[in-house]
Design a protein around this ligand. Structure first.
Ligand SMILES: Cc1cc2nc3c(=O)[nH]c(=O)nc-3n(C[C@H](O)[C@H](O)[C@H](O)COP(=O)(O)O)c2cc1C
Length: 196
């Protein structure tokens, strides 16, 4: 099989929840976010939006998310809260992820807008990995409340909020991930022979 170093790098990416300082520096972060703008983007909507939450502010975000989740009627047990706070205490950077909705766009239905956002986040995760850092996409932390997206500047009328990336230096060395054989998900289509 032909291999190339960039492809090997791509194939070795895996999510890592437990990250610590240092986070990517400002120049690296610019490169990482620039990778988002390389995502496929029908009609050049440029809808991707990001909010950076630095280490000093992550505890306040955790307070907001825990309160908002409880107020929305979802349970967070004291043990879960403790685990969440312990995890976040080490995380040096969160990137909040959203896209600006192009309402009633006849050319670009919202599924395509969502897909472009997903592609942008994937590019960000790959760029983080290529620079030797790690990330973890989470839709915990009050993603599906009204309060958290709004507090981050992404009100639900105009934006679709899709969660957070925890970004930093991996705390443990993870072995290779178990990946499925994707050929088992793939088939070759052939036209049905025309009926006589
Ligand atoms: C949109 C999205 C949201 C996710 N939210 C969570 C989450 O809240 N909690 C969680 O444990 N994993 C979540 N994950 C999964 C992890 O980010 C990660 O993809 C998973 O652990 C598999 O690791 P891998 O990326 O190395 O395959 C989410 C994934 C996606 C795509």
């Amino acid at each position: 099989m032909h291999t190339s170093q960039p492809l090997d790098a791509l194939l070795s990416r895996r999510s890592q929840k437990l990250v610590q300082a240092p986070a990517p520096d400002a120049a690296q972060l610019t490169q990482i976010l620039q990778a988002a703008a390389c995502a496929p983007d029908h009609s050049a909507l440029r809808a991707w939006r990001f909010a950076l939450i630095e280490q000093a502010d992550i505890a306040a975000l955790a307070d907001l998310a825990i309160n908002a989740t409880r107020q929305s009627g979802r349970e967070i047990t004291p043990e879960k809260e403790k685990n969440m706070r312990t995890w976040l205490a080490q995380v040096p950077l969160l990137i909040a992820l959203a896209y600006k909705i192009s309402h009633d766009n006849a050319k670009v239905p919202e599924i395509e807008q969502t897909l472009s956002m997903g592609a942008a986040v994937m590019n960000i995760q790959n760029a983080i990995h290529l620079l030797g850092f790690a990330s973890y996409w989470s839709t915990g932390l009050g993603t599906y409340t009204d309060v958290v997206p709004e507090a981050l500047g992404f009100d639900g009328l105009d934006y679709r909020f899709v969660g957070f990336l925890a970004v930093g230096t991996p705390i443990t060395t993870a072995g290779p991930a178990q990946r499925p054989d994707v050929m088992s998900f793939t088939h070759v289509w052939k036209p049905t022979p025309a009926r006589q």
